[in-house]
Design a binder for this molecule. Structure first.
Ligand SMILES: Nc1ncnc2c1ncn2[C@@H]1O[C@H](COP(=O)(O)OP(=O)(O)OP(=O)(O)O)[C@@H](O)[C@H]1O
Ligand SMILES: [Mg+2]
Length: 310
């Protein structure tokens, strides 16, 4: 549904997006994740035809977004970062206006506006002026606008930005429902949002793609490369030395606890597990051991690991 090939965007001096390549299959809900300034909005604006790339190509449903812009755009429902709404229009009137602008005829307009008002839960405010709406309802109007021409693909730039926790849940639920019948690319820096709604995550930082995988695989990969925690009651230097001599152990950090116990964090190579060998070691030397587990990585660990600046 989306094919991005070696896309680059250079602003005056700054390279905001650098040679990124990725694709999104029909039916996927993909999270586009990255810290502030990573290049998310820049990428999405290129994908939706609003911003010409410096180099590279993007295809939507097979259509080149710049050479076949009209056909490509018809497939896309785009909700920008700050939804520009006409404050002095009423909700239904605004959506009708947008539908006509997108080239829908009058009977299609009537039908589709009715549909998206239902889908997006706008019944109760359809006659209200946009300027009187809460932020949550404004986001719904933005989503309804993105949906009105019945696109196959939704591209949403931080759709829950600035909402309160209840509104976030409602919008997230709505997006999940829409994901059953649409392909969705959604940019965010809210991690639980991605874990709850997306089948796949693309992590971007500093204009480059750092990872693209399912949330489960990303955290799994992290876990494999992860760390083990063990508490042993013996001379910390002796224990640390012995742990360090085990195969696949990269680093050991001791942390003193009460009553002669020490908590050791053991960093191991990816794809290896040293728990059994640690337990053998302790029984071999007769060290009292309590608690031995490998740290369960979260998507947040992955994100921090891939995008930290130190
Ligand atoms: N019109 C512009 N002119 C010059 N630089 C820009 C322009 N728009 C964005 N940038 C820069 O490009 C980089 C990427 O910006 P972008 O808005 O794509 O990031 P983002 O990932 O969407 O961030 P956020 O999470 O804050 O929305 C930033 O360093 C930004 O300052
Ligand atoms: Mg942005």
């Amino acid at each position: 549904m989306i094919e991005v090939h070696q896309l680059t965007k250079r602003y005056a001096r700054h390279e905001a997006v650098r040679d990124i390549t990725f694709s999104v299959k029909r039916g996927e809900i993909v999270g586009f994740l990255g810290p502030n300034g990573a290049g998310k909005t820049t990428t999405l604006r290129m994908l939706t035809g609003f911003l010409p790339p410096t180099s590279g190509t993007a295809r939507i449903a097979g259509f080149d977004i710049f050479r076949q812009s009209l056909e490509a755009r018809r497939k896309i429902g785009y909700m920008p970062e700050n939804v520009p709404l006409y404050e002095d229009m009423r909700v239904r009137e605004y959506l009708k206006f947008r539908a006509q602008l997108k080239g829908l005829g009058s009977s299609d307009t009537r039908r589709r506006v009715g549909d998206v008002i239902d889908t997006c839960g706008l019944q109760s405010v359809r006659r209200k002026m946009i300027k009187t709406l809460s932020k949550g309802f404004r986001q719904r109007v933005g989503l309804a606008d993105a949906l009105v021409h019945d696109p196959e693909l939704l591209i949403l730039d931080e759709p829950t930005n600035g909402l309160d926790p209840n509104q976030i849940r409602q919008i997230r639920e709505l997006i999940r429902q829409l994901g059953q019948s649409h392909t969705v690319l959604i940019s965010t820096h809210i991690l639980p949002e991605v874990e709850m709604t997306c089948n796949r995550v693309i992590i971007i930082d500093n204009g480059k793609i750092k990872a693209a995988d399912t949330p489960a695989n990303l955290t799994q990969r992290m876990r494999a490369a992860g760390r083990i925690q063990v508490e042993i009651q013996a001379d910390p230097e002796v224990v640390a030395g012995a742990l360090h001599r085990l195969d696949n152990v990269k680093k050991v950090t001791p942390e003193p606890l009460a009553d002669g116990w020490t908590r050791f964090t053991v960093w191991v190579d990816s794809g290896t597990d040293a728990r059994e060998r640690i337990s053998h070691l302790a029984s071999q030397y007769g060290w009292p051991l309590r608690s031995l587990f490998s740290h369960v990585a979260t998507l947040e660990d992955v994100f921090v690991e891939l995008t930290r600046r130190d």
